[in-house]
Ligand binder design. Structure first.
Ligand code: UDP
Length: 455
């Protein structure tokens, strides 16, 4: 279903190891993770892999000896930091600075050997023009869901229908054209230019690889294909389809796993809001108290810089005596090996911001979710989790300790949570089957391989 229009491989093109692909991830964790998994997957299919990285947030090449790396001079100082609440600024700066270095890097590679295809992130807004100027085929890796892509593509239609400007008074009303969305889930106007750029980069590519699977998002894959008649390869969950490793910007704290080893099966709530979200100090305290009052064991990732107004060296603004109160029942770490954590038998629930990788990782392990979306695609993802797949619930009454405590208990020990657990366990089975021989994602990967051999 998902790789319509795929070409037939060129006669005799069986020597993948001589065929070089150049992959260019965006330097954000949620984009690095799936791109490196894809790189590993394609390497396992015999392709030679080159990764071009920005200096900003680059990974250590020695951890991936089977790839060739090129470092782009992104024009940023070594210790560059950005306001985590202003991701558009990071993207704008990198998009302005990296176009020429990327072109030069490709020219340098091409002077030594041919490149069969580029695989880029559609949030790079210049790779389309660089690829065409060098006559190189280009495929994009969509790191988020196909449902959000379809919503972004529908923005002109939603405007015509009068949804914009968004009206606060209508925020809880449904959007009948895009069930199960509510008006409050729609992307804010301030982001539309960015979203249009993403759509343009995807529309002008020769294919879309996505970290999803047909059994989860067939409806949207089909719809996207109707509006964009280019091949779509749903090869997810990508991390389940490739050997186990984590391509992590930050060092993962593996004591998380030894601590989980001491906990009862399905008793622990894992809490992480991903790599970009920041919470206010007031919300942080509510979260801390809600977790403590729920009486459930928890593993909580508090990333450096994730509390507004705090920096790395500041102590966490926890209530006095907090750590003594929670004792061994709670464990707070800076950064966890998340895929391993979610796969651990002690984990029974995931309180998440609903980034797409986190969702795919949770589905892959059958862990039901408590959703607290902040921005970007997270609202649309949450709506699908709570109202469509019904494998989690939204914390929709605000970040207040009493609400948090009630929601955690519902997810972890009450019948409603058990029903969600059963549903996501069934989905986990489908995800597992999809990457096994004969499964939908397995076949998509075969088709992608053939497609890449056709260039
Ligand atoms: N992650 C991790 N350790 C953590 C928290 C997150 O390795 O303590 C990884 C997680 O496994 C996922 C990625 O960071 O692959 C976050 O991506 P996602 O799309 O969920 O959210 P984003 O960070 O882009 O908002």
């Amino acid at each position: 279903m998902s790789q319509r229009l795929a070409k037939v491989p060129k006669e005799g093109a069986t020597q993948q190891s001589k065929i070089r692909l150049v992959l260019f991830p965006l330097p954000l964790q949620g984009h690095i993770t799936p791109m490196f998994h894809l790189a590993t997957l394609l390497h396992s299919k015999g392709f030679s892999i080159t990764i071009t990285q920005t200096k900003y947030k680059s990974l250590d090449p020695t951890l991936f000896p089977h790839f060739t790396f090129h470092l782009l001079d992104d024009g940023l100082p070594d210790n560059a930091t950005f306001d985590p609440n202003n991701h558009t600024m990071i993207l704008d700066t990198l998009n302005t600075n990296c176009s020429e270095p990327f072109r030069n890097c490709l020219t340098q590679i091409l002077s030594k050997e041919p490149i069969a295809c580029l695989i880029t992130d559609p949030m790079w807004s210049f790779t389309k023009s660089v690829a065409s100027s060098l006559s190189l085929p280009r495929i994009v890796l969509r790191c988020a869901s196909m449902s959000t892509f379809y919503v972004y593509h529908s923005l002109p239609f939603l405007r015509e229908k009068g949804y914009y400007p968004l009206q606060e008074t209508k925020s809880d009303e449904p959007v009948p054209e895009l069930p199960p969305l509510k008006v409050k889930d729609l992307p804010p106007e301030a982001k539309h230019n960015l979203l249009v750029d993403i759509i343009t980069e995807m529309e002008n590519s020769q294919g879309i690889i996505c970290n999803t699977f047909e059994e989860l998002e067939d409806f949207y894959i089909t719809r996207v294909h109707q509006v964009l008649p280019i091949p779509i390869f749903a090869v997810g969950p990508i991390h389940k389809n490739s050997p186990s490793f984590q391509a992590s910007i930050w060092t993962q704290d593996h004591t998380s796993i030894s601590w989980l080893d001491t906990q009862a099966p399905k008793s622990v709530l894992y809490v992480s809001f991903g790599s970009m979200v920041q919470v206010s100090k007031a919300d942080f305290v509510e979260i801390a108290c809600g977790l403590a009052n729920s009486k459930q064991p928890f593993l909580w990732v508090v990333r450096h810089g994730s509390i507004e107004g705090s920096d790395e060296i500041d102590p966490l603004p926890l209530p006095e005596g907090y750590l003594d109160t929670i004792g061994q029942r709670g464990n707070i770490v800076n950064w966890a090996p998340q895929q391993e954590v979610l796969a651990h038998p002690a984990v029974g629930g995931f309180w998440t911001h609903c980034g797409w990788n986190s969702i795919m990782e949770s589905i892959s392990e059958g862990v039901p979710m408590l959703c607290l979306p902040f921005f970007a695609d997270q609202n649309i993802n949450t709506r699908h989790i709570s109202d469509h797949w019904r494998i989690g619930m939204e914390l929709d009454k605000g970040v207040k300790r009493g609400e948090i405590e009630r929601a955690i208990r519902k997810l972890m020990v009450e019948e409603e949570g058990e029903t969600m657990r059963n549903r996501i366990t069934a989905l986990k089975e489908k995800a597992t089957l999809s990457v096994m021989e004969g499964g939908s994602s397995y076949k998509s990967l075969e088709n992608l391989t053939n497609y890449l051999l056709s260039f």
